[in-house]
Each structure stands twice: as structure tokens, then as C-alpha cells.
Design a protein around this ligand. Structure first.
Ligand SMILES: Nc1ncnc2c1ncn2[C@@H]1O[C@H](COP(=O)(O)OP(=O)(O)OP(=O)(O)O)[C@@H](O)[C@H]1O
Ligand SMILES: [Mg+2]
Length: 237
């Protein structure tokens, strides 16, 4: 059994019988507001508290906004940010500053490689792989790009969460249709309506090497972070 990294989200570590296998690249798919950023930030802060440096590579939100939105949560620790143990990088700005074209595959891979190296990151979040791929004009190159990115992250010995932005209530895990096959794991964040309320749910679709449950769990975003309850116990079926 490979070493497993606790995500810091108690319920998810339970579902995964210990956590994400070290070195895995996991696709976290969800529509807007399903809790993707909160979950990934909790994964990075928990890792940093236990000695793993983490980077959050953002293509959709500037660093200042992410910090402002995450700082009220119990898992957030400004000291870890100040010490560089959790680093939030605005990749769009980085790319612009380095004068690299957004559709330059080698350039994008190089930027991601150096962000990880510079921060000696073991945990990596890419928010989002959808936005990253949207920059690539030649859509035939997307499969090769994601494959190449996966190999690079593996050689850099990172455990990675790639965020996939999907439309609400669809039976799809990705926009380009290849991300889920290349990823070692897929976690789906979805939502459903009960008595006029939109309830969040989490389901592990696949996690190579782990005998995990595929039960739907009700997901709550609380002050301390993400909370999961098996659906059959949550009384919302
Ligand atoms: N302090 C808080 N306590 C409880 N819930 C919160 C708190 N802050 C934000 N939320 C909830 O979390 C939601 C946003 O979560 P998050 O930013 O992780 O979603 P996301 O899936 O990353 O969205 P997007 O696709 O827009 O990036 C908010 O819409 C709100 O419902
Ligand atoms: Mg987000």
C-alpha cells in the first residue's frame, strides 16, 4: 500500500481509508459555489501544519481575494502563509510578467514547474485545469498537455488536486472529456434541491489503489471547514 496523505477533511480521509495516495493527481469536479476552493485550501493548510509545503496555483481568482475569503475559516493560518508554507500564486499574472503566451504549452508547463520548485511544494492545487486548458487554442493538443502536466507533477513527486469546473447538475466530470481518464482519482462535488434548499454533496468516483466507498455524502461548509455526513444518515434522501 503506498503512503497516503491525509487531506485534513476528516470525512474524506475516512472514505479514502487514510487519505490520497502520495503522488496521485486527483480531479476535483464541481460547479460554481460547490466548495472546491474551500476544500483545496483546507488540504493545503492541513498539509502545511504537518510539514508539507503547498502551493495554490490560481487562474480564476487573485491571491488577495482568496486570502480574504479563506481567512475566516478555522483551518486558515496567516503564519503558514507568511512563512511561505502555503503559497497562493496568481498564475495569470505570473505568465504575463514572464512575457509568456497563454497558449504556449511548454511555457505553461515551465511556469508550473518553477512555482513548485521555488516553493519546494509537496501538495499542489491547480484552480482550475479547465481555465488552464481554455488558454490552449489548438484543442487537439489538450490531451497531450494534460498528460504531460500529469507526468511532470509525478516526476516532481507532488500530490495534486486539479479543479475541474463543470456546469451544474451534469453527468460530466470535465469540460474537455479527458481530464478524468488521466487523473488517478476523481472526486465530484454536486448539489441537489430539497424543500427549496440547495444541498451540497460529495462522492468519490475513483481513487486508483484505494478500496473506497462511492456513497454520496452530504457536505457542509462550517466555520472550521468541510464536514461530511453519509447521505443515508443525513436524513435528506
Ligand atoms: N465562512 C463561511 N462559512 C460557511 N460557508 C461559507 C463561508 N464562506 C463561504 N461559504 C460558502 O462557500 C461558498 C464558496 O465556496 P468555494 O469558494 O469553495 O466554492 P467554489 O466551488 O470554489 O466556487 P467557484 O466555482 O466560484 O470558484 C460560498 O458560496 C458560501 O456558500
Ligand atoms: Mg473556487
Amino acid at each position: 500500500m503506498p503512503e497516503q496523505l491525509k487531506t485534513g477533511i476528516e470525512g474524506l480521509d475516512g472514505i479514502l481509508e487514510g487519505g490520497i495516495p502520495k503522488g496521485h493527481c486527483v480531479l476535483l469536479a464541481g460547479s460554481c459555489g460547490t466548495g472546491k476552493t474551500v476544500m483545496c485550501q483546507q488540504f493545503l493548510f492541513d498539509g502545511a501544519r504537518n510539514g508539507d509545503n503547498g502551493v495554490y496555483i490560481s487562474l480564476v481568482e487573485p491571491m488577495e481575494k482568496i486570502i480574504k475569503n479563506m481567512s475566516p475559516f478555522g483551518f486558515y493560518d496567516q503564519k503558514l502563509v507568511d512563512e511561505g508554507k502555503v503559497k497562493i500564486v496568481d498564475m495569470m499574472q505570473d505568465t504575463r510578467l514572464r512575457g509568456i503566451e497563454f497558449n504556449n504549452i511548454e511555457g505553461l508547463l515551465g511556469i508550473i514547474r518553477s512555482i513548485i520548485d521555488d516553493n519546494e511544494a509537496e501538495r499542489v492545487v491547480i484552480d482550475s485545469v479547465t481555465a488552464l486548458c481554455e488558454n490552449i487554442q489548438e484543442k487537439n493538443n489538450i490531451r497531450d498537455f494534460i498528460l504531460e502536466l500529469g507526468f511532470q507533477l509525478m516526476y516532481q513527486e507532488c500530490t495534486t488536486i486539479m479543479i475541474s469546473e463543470i456546469p451544474p447538475q451534469t453527468f460530466k466530470y470535465s469540460v474537455f472529456g479527458v481530464e478524468e481518464f488521466i487523473a488517478d482519482g476523481v472526486v465530484l462535488l454536486s448539489e441537489f434541491e430539497r424543500k427549496g434548499e440547495l444541498i451540497r454533496a460529495l462522492q468519490v468516483i475513483k481513487m486508483r489503489g484505494v478500496a473506497h466507498s462511492r456513497n454520496k455524502h452530504v457536505m457542509k461548509i462550517l466555520d472550521e471547514g468541510i464536514n461530511l455526513i453519509p447521505m443515508f444518515r443525513a436524513g435528506v434522501e
